[in-house]
Ligand binder design. Structure first.
Ligand code: ZN
Length: 250
């Protein structure tokens, strides 16, 4: 099959489906200019010898300033980034009732900004900061504005401890509620669309397998191969920002 036939097949699957869930990874945000921060190839690890030295919970507790140094360039690109046609296509599918939920590995808030409502951020997000000491949660924007403008690291208004963005660091547990909802949608879905995830980071790898085990059809849109390609009904290689709008607006 050529790509066109694959696209027709994907459109047909979406048309017949009752419950569609999308799983999105870093690849949906790279057309918005956001590098895959978990990848050593992203360039974000050049200064930090090892991600274990900065982006784990233990490292954050030990040296939060090193974490914020590392975060700064990523924060800069995320705050400048705009949703791209792939994010907008998923929001459009939801708006017309053809997509029930998005499960995302991304912390960049671009799905919400594109207008999607049912979004489960299983690696956390940059909407809030949390105090690791007293568990106080406050909106991130004013504190991160002050950090980017004046280098002021967010401090807890209650106990003065340095606060952490609500993103899941390496070695940290995933947000329980988002994971529960994600699993529910995977157990209910009859079609799952994987967008821009190489399905290498657990538990993202497990969720499509759960959907498959429940009889869902799989559509994979990704630049690179994934270990589930041979179990997918449709595999589309290419730019997600070009492919996904063709499924949303056939
Ligand atoms: Zn506190």
């Amino acid at each position: 099959m050529g790509n066109e036939a694959h696209i027709d097949r994907a459109i047909e699957l979406l048309r017949q489906a009752r419950h569609v869930v999308a799983l999105t990874g870093a690849g949906i945000s790279t057309p918005s200019g956001i590098p895959d921060y978990r990848s050593p190839k992203s360039g974000l690890w050049e200064k930090a010898a090892d991600m274990v030295e900065v982006a784990t919970l233990a490292a954050f507790r030990r040296q939060p300033l090193a974490f914020y140094d590392w975060l700064r360039p990523l924060l800069h690109v995320i705050r400048e980034a705009q949703p791209n046609p792939a994010h907008l296509a998923l929001a459009q599918l939801e708006a017309v009732g053809r997509l029930q939920a998005i499960i995302t590995q991304n912390i960049d808030l671009l799905h919400s900004r594109a207008g999607s409502h049912q979004v489960y951020e299983i690696h956390g997000h940059l909407r809030e900061v949390v105090c690791p000491t007293c568990h106080n949660v406050v909106p991130a924007e004013p504190l991160l504005d002050a950090f980017m403008a004046a280098g002021k690291v967010p401090h807890c208004p209650r106990c003065r401890h340095i606060m952490k963005p609500s993103v899941v660091l390496f070695g940290e547990l995933l947000p329980w509620r988002a994971m529960k909802a994600a699993q529910h949608h995977c157990a209910t879905a009859d079609v799952m669309i994987v967008v821009g995830s190489s399905l290498q980071v657990a538990p993202a790898a497990d969720l499509p397998e759960m959907a498959l085990a429940n009889g869902a059809r799989l559509i994979i849109i990704n630049y690179n191969e994934t270990h589930l390609d041979d179990q997918a009904d449709v595999v589309l290689r290419g730019d997600v920002a070009e492919v996904l709008p063709q499924l949303a607006d056939p």
